[in-house]
Design a protein around this ligand. Sequence first.
Ligand SMILES: Cc1ncc(COP(=O)(O)O)c(C=O)c1O
Length: 371
Amino acid sequence: MKVPYLDLKAQYESIRGEIGDAIQQVLDRTAFAGGPFVAQFEKEFAEFCGTRFSAGVGSGTDALWMALLGLGIGPGDEVITVPDTFIATAEAISWCGAKPVFVDVDPVTYNMDPSKIEAAITPKTRAIIPVHLFGQMADMDPILEIARKRKLFVVEDASQAHGAEYKGKKAGSIGDAGCFSFYPGKNLGAYGEAGAVVTNIAELDKKIRMLRDHGQAKKYYHSLIGWNARMDGIQGAVLSVKLKHLPAWNEGRRRNAAIYDELLKGVKEITTPKQAGYAKHVYHIYAIRAADRDRLIASLAEKDIHCGIHYPIPVHQLDAYKSLNLGKGSFPVAERSSAEFVSLPMFAELTREQIARVAEELKWIVGGIPA
Ligand SMILES: Cc1ncc(COP(=O)(O)O)c(C=O)c1O
């Protein structure tokens, strides 16, 4: 039995008719760039997140960049984030002309460790970007407390956390802005590239809408130097269809995570993910930790079980950021976890049988326990 890491086809098959109709409507109205389907999705997504506004953009990377630009982050500024993320979080800071400053993560949630933030703040610090890694939100209360005290903006990188909650509040709705990626493999994935910024600040939403559209609010009256970061009409229509299914898909992921938890309980060579007391985890990624990670992944692949690694190199150790001179040992928790992470197959349509097979093979590989 093959167990893929992700099966986008299975999800597509379950909504094929709805998707076909939605795309046909975009074609019939030739509403390809921005337009009514994007506007409709923006309204629905703001409602879903519990925010006043939502602006659709071209990708999650655009969302982060536009949010930071909209908040006025620029050259000479510093923005605090974590090394345990996809490079896009840091890239967005860099493309504003600002400097990413990293703080280590919590060893249990793998999210920003609030106790490390104060020491990283300098007179140049303007914002903090917690990343809700793997579908579990960072501990937002202490982060917000520091930000308020030090007059810093908080931009949530919620690219992996559509529908995740912190003390009952949705990802993206807590900071000054929440940034989402709708890359196809995400919990809410487009059929191409797309992203969104949600916020409760009217001025910020207005500015992001201008920035994403070459700095214009009225056609050809450009009052800012912006960019082309608009969302496609087809993506807006697809996302509206898929948003209706997101709560059920997230429940499916949570159910599957609970099955993994149950079947892998007591396997001492493996650390399974923990849901924090404050969190509703939506398991974009179900990442276990294991000492002999590469052998484990290769052995599973031989059995047709396919895993991922998120991420093999923490951002501060990537060649792209070598100019920061942050060597080995700078962020020990992030460095150790990135050497041990294994992302197991995870999607809503995964069956109990498939999960049981992954768990059995895993136990056999790590402990010699017969499958
Ligand atoms: C944490 C995080 N931030 C940002 C991004 C960037 O999103 P996109 O690929 O849509 O530009 C991703 C997507 O992989 C992500 O996982």
